[in-house]
Design a binder for this molecule. Sequence first.
Ligand SMILES: Nc1ncnc2c1ncn2[C@@H]1O[C@H](COP(=O)(O)OP(=O)(O)OP(=O)(O)O)[C@@H](O)[C@H]1O
Ligand SMILES: Nc1ncnc2c1ncn2[C@@H]1O[C@H](COP(=O)(O)OP(=O)(O)OP(=O)(O)O)[C@@H](O)[C@H]1O
Ligand SMILES: [Mg+2]
Ligand SMILES: [Mg+2]
Lengths: 165, 165, 165, 165
Amino acid sequence: MTRKFNETFALIRTYFQETFTAMFGGGEADLLLEDPDDLLETGINIYARPPGKKRQSLSLLSGGEKSLTAIALLFAILHVRPVPFCVLDEVEASLDEANVDRFANYLRTFSSQTQFIVITHRKGTMIASDILYGVTMEESGVSRLVSVKLEDYAYDEAEGVLQTG
Amino acid sequence: MTRKFNETFALIRTYFQETFTAMFGGGEADLLLEDPDDLLETGINIYARPPGKKRQSLSLLSGGEKSLTAIALLFAILHVRPVPFCVLDEVEASLDEANVDRFANYLRTFSSQTQFIVITHRKGTMIASDILYGVTMEESGVSRLVSVKLEDYAYDEAEGVLQTG
Amino acid sequence: MHLKRLEVTGFKSFAAPLDIDFNEGITSIVGPNGSGKSNVADGIRWVLGEQSAKQLRGAKMEDVIFAGSDSRKRVNIAEVSLILDNEDEYMMSDFSEISLTRRLYRTGESEYFLNRKPCRRKDIVDLLVDSGLGKDAYSMIGQGEVDQILSSKPEDRRTIFEDAA
Amino acid sequence: MHLKRLEVTGFKSFAAPLDIDFNEGITSIVGPNGSGKSNVADGIRWVLGEQSAKQLRGAKMEDVIFAGSDSRKRVNIAEVSLILDNEDEYMMSDFSEISLTRRLYRTGESEYFLNRKPCRRKDIVDLLVDSGLGKDAYSMIGQGEVDQILSSKPEDRRTIFEDAA
Ligand SMILES: Nc1ncnc2c1ncn2[C@@H]1O[C@H](COP(=O)(O)OP(=O)(O)OP(=O)(O)O)[C@@H](O)[C@H]1O
Ligand SMILES: Nc1ncnc2c1ncn2[C@@H]1O[C@H](COP(=O)(O)OP(=O)(O)OP(=O)(O)O)[C@@H](O)[C@H]1O
Ligand SMILES: [Mg+2]
Ligand SMILES: [Mg+2]
């Protein structure tokens, strides 16, 4: 149990350092055991340092920086313990455009090993997708599916409703 | 105490019905006392019915519908207990474009009685503002202020960084 | 293994039958607030054996059955099928395509089907757990839940590593 | 009464002095993730007497003093001033313009100023409470906090109405 825990921890830690710099375009991150002598009970501390900033406690990160750090940790876990499919519901909602693009690029490369089903409002994520479906309620209260091509998708600019082809 | 509570409750309830239909462009909402005979202890139930849907419990609402209901309740409270200024930090983050526009319109009319300081990523809110400031970290780790004109603000479309005039 | 198709009828806002063919790479689902996007994720979670109504945002499991709308009466059966591609024999089964089906009647009765033949819930859950798709896999991140991956206390974080070990 | 201006220096990411002139209507603050937008809201909250470091996302109050960056050393004093327009005599004071200032030294010493004259924290808080701007007023909604207005349990909701009564 503890040997396995230690191995898994070490692997996730290595990948986390990699996924963090990929998500933030720099900076550094780390995972440290609070009490390495007690592998059965020890807690885990997360350190995250966005590029150009001093290392500070996780709580001082901004809303977007926190979500991006969480996404980086998720990808690190998926590297170590792959699953065949993954459903993400608006995980990138608090990211700015530059961070959405980095997230979408990473999703693209990751999708060769894991299938992703992504619920999103963000253009950067839509552009990275292989297929796009729209869910609407033309008849109020009843959901229907429409197939959408990105160029038809004038959702966020125009009247704010799904424009389908 | 209980008389005052009852009066305030009745006022907020009336305004909530009004702000909800303004935010959702229809539907209905209500506030009911769990136990009207015990004004000192009673809990309060919130009912929200988006347009075209059946009345259901609050937990079945979508992420965006929940935030919009919360915003409607906030505006109702501000009607009954006005404050001179109000700071809102990305309260409309989970709304789609149509709902952001309704929120921004309401903010516009409300701003004649209350001053708003709004932190946002959404275009609809920026368009409704009287003045726009950008906060950037051109020197990493150090925040600076830049004044921004909306037409210069290519933030979400282009490179994803604040384009200043 | 990957998800091929989801067939939903009578589940939450899907009064009319809805089928989604997933791409092996990235499938994006978009649409206005309250249109039914997260309900699609709930459908996947439910057919994979989710027992907690709260995790599906309801008070009781009956809340997943279409409750009616302005234009339609409520229905009495919710049914979701998930078709999996098992060409790579990832799942412990000889079938190259596996279909999982879950049905709930308003009477409270549940039915489960594995490749269209009646089975117990345990049969589906065992099949998933044997294939590494148990409840603790990081395969579904719900709306607003991404920051929970960082969880606030160091001692809570260790479950991530235990699950993955 | 409305907010005229915020002057920040040495507080959180504001190593260089930053002044914001607010509009009487709607002032929007925009910018990339981690650039310092929510830190502006924290600055307002802090100068109004906030005593909880946790509410300012820090572990201890010293966390609000600029901790350094790649290019700058840390500083030892955080200072925020808020200039209020009191032409309408909303605040119980004869001054038509009121300035509130709070300073914190790395030694742990705090200083407060009312119209540039030293005062106690209690003087500022009393002035605010007498004017209806106490902690329980709905004048600040932090990032990610909007849904909390609906709070999950009926008995928790009554505090909204008690505060507003
Ligand atoms: N049993 C049910 N019968 C009918 N409608 C239901 C049922 N359960 C949930 N709904 C409806 O589904 C809607 C929520 O859908 P969902 O959460 O999928 O929206 P969404 O597309 O994810 O929106 P958002 O972008 O705001 O997150 C609610 O309006 C709710 O009334
Ligand atoms: N005492 C301090 N010294 C230096 N930097 C600090 C200090 N406290 C916080 N910060 C920095 O401020 C940044 C967070 O800023 P803030 O939360 O205002 O971002 P934001 O603009 O609101 O971003 P988002 O759009 O993601 O919410 C963090 O990167 C953090 O490192
Ligand atoms: Mg949703
Ligand atoms: Mg912020």
